[in-house]
Design a binder for this molecule. Structure first.
Ligand code: ATP
Ligand code: MG
Length: 258
C-alpha cells in the first residue's frame, strides 16, 4: 500500500505546489513509483507539469470525486517514467458543493485513492490554500501531512488553525494521520530574518521540522512555465538539489528500520 502524503497549508503561496511537483519528481528519480494528485482548482500542479488544463480530454480529480470516473482513468503519464499525475480542473470549485449531498462526504477521496494506492510507493496530494471540504478529504485520505512554511515574517501565522483542523480530522475522521514534517521554504541565507524564522519554527516544533531547507531559487519559479519539475529543467540548480535531498529524507524517515 502506497504512503499517502498531503501537502497542506491554508496560507497561499507558501510553496505547496512547488513542493508537490519537485518532491514527487525527486522520489520518482530515486526509483519510487509516485502518483501526484492535484487537489486544487487552480490546477497549478497540472500546468506546472506541462498540461494545458483547458485541454485535458480525459477525467480529472473532479470527475473522480463526483463519482463519474475511476481514479485509473484519470492518470496521466509525465516526462518522468515513475511519476504519474491525476490532474485538476477549475470545475473542482464546484465539487465542494456537489459533495455536500454525498454520504461520508469527508471520505470520498480516501475511497477514490484506496483502489489505486497499492500500485504506488508514494501518493502526494497538492492541496489548495483553504481548509474546505477538499482539503479535509485530503487529510482524511492521507497517512501524513507535509506543512510548507515560508521563511518570512508571518511564518507561524495561521499554523494554529491548521493544526487545529488536523487535530479535528485525527479525532473524528482519520486517527492515523501523522505530521510528516514542517518544511521551511524560500529560505534566503542573506536575510537575518530568515535565520530567526528557522530557529523559531524549530523551537516551536522540536523534532518535527525537516532537516532539509528549501532555499529561494529562481530555477524553482521558472521551471513550471516550461512544464517541468526543476530536476528536468536545471538538474544542477540549488532548488533541484534541495528537493532531491528532501526526497531522500522522506525515504529515510519512512523506509529505514528504527
Ligand atoms: N524555493 C523557491 N524559490 C523561489 N520561488 C519559489 C520557491 N518556492 C515557491 N516559489 C514561487 O513562489 C510562488 C508560490 O509558490 P507555490 O505556487 O508553490 O505556492 P502554493 O502554496 O502552492 O500557492 P497556492 O496557495 O496559491 O496554491 C510561485 O510563483 C513559485 O514559483
Ligand atoms: Mg499551489
Amino acid at each position: 500500500m502506497g504512503k499517502i502524503i498531503a501537502i497542506a497549508n491554508q496560507k497561499g503561496g507558501v510553496g505547496k505546489t512547488t513542493t508537490s511537483i519537485n518532491l514527487a519528481a525527486g522520489l520518482a528519480v530515486l526509483e519510487k513509483k509516485v502518483l501526484l494528485i492535484d487537489a486544487d482548482p487552480q490546477a497549478n500542479t497540472t500546468s506546472g507539469l506541462g498540461f494545458d488544463t483547458k485541454a485535458i480530454a480525459g477525467a480529472t480529480i473532479y470527475e473522480c470525486l463526483i463519482g463519474e470516473s475511476d481514479a485509473h482513468r484519470a492518470v496521466l503519464e509525465t516526462e518522468i517514467k515513475d511519476l504519474k499525475l491525476i490532474p485538476s480542473h477549475i470545475d473542482l470549485v464546484g465539487a465542494e458543493i456537489e459533495m455536500l449531498q454525498t454520504p461520508n462526504r469527508e471520505k470520498v477521496l480516501k475511497n477514490v485513492l484506496s483502489r489505486i494506492a497499492p500500485e504506488y510507493d508514494y501518493l502526494l496530494i497538492d492541496c489548495s490554500p483553504s481548509l474546505g471540504l477538499i482539503t479535509v478529504n485530503a487529510l482524511t485520505a492521507a497517512d501524513s501531512v507535509i506543512i510548507p512554511v515560508q521563511c518570512e515574517f508571518y511564518a507561524l501565522e495561521g499554523l494554529g488553525k491548521l493544526l487545529n483542523t488536523i487535530k479535528i480530522v485525527q479525532t473524528r475522521l482519520n486517527t492515523n494521520l501523522a505530521i510528516e514534517g514542517f518544511l521551511l521554504t524560500m529560505y534566503d541565507a542573506r536575510l537575518r530574518l530568515a535565520n530567526q524564522i528557522v530557529d523559531e519554527v524549530r523551537r516551536h516544533f522540536p523534532n518535527m521540522v525537516f532537516q532539509t531547507i528549501i532555499q529561494r531559487n529562481v530555477k524553482l519559479s521558472e521551471s513550471p512555465s516550461y512544464g517541468k519539475p526543476v530536476i528536468l529543467y536545471d538538474a544542477a540548480s540549488v532548488g533541484s538539489n534541495n528537493y532531491l535531498n528532501l526526497a531522500k529524507e522522506v525515504i529515510y524517515n519512512n523506509e529505514s528500520p528504527r
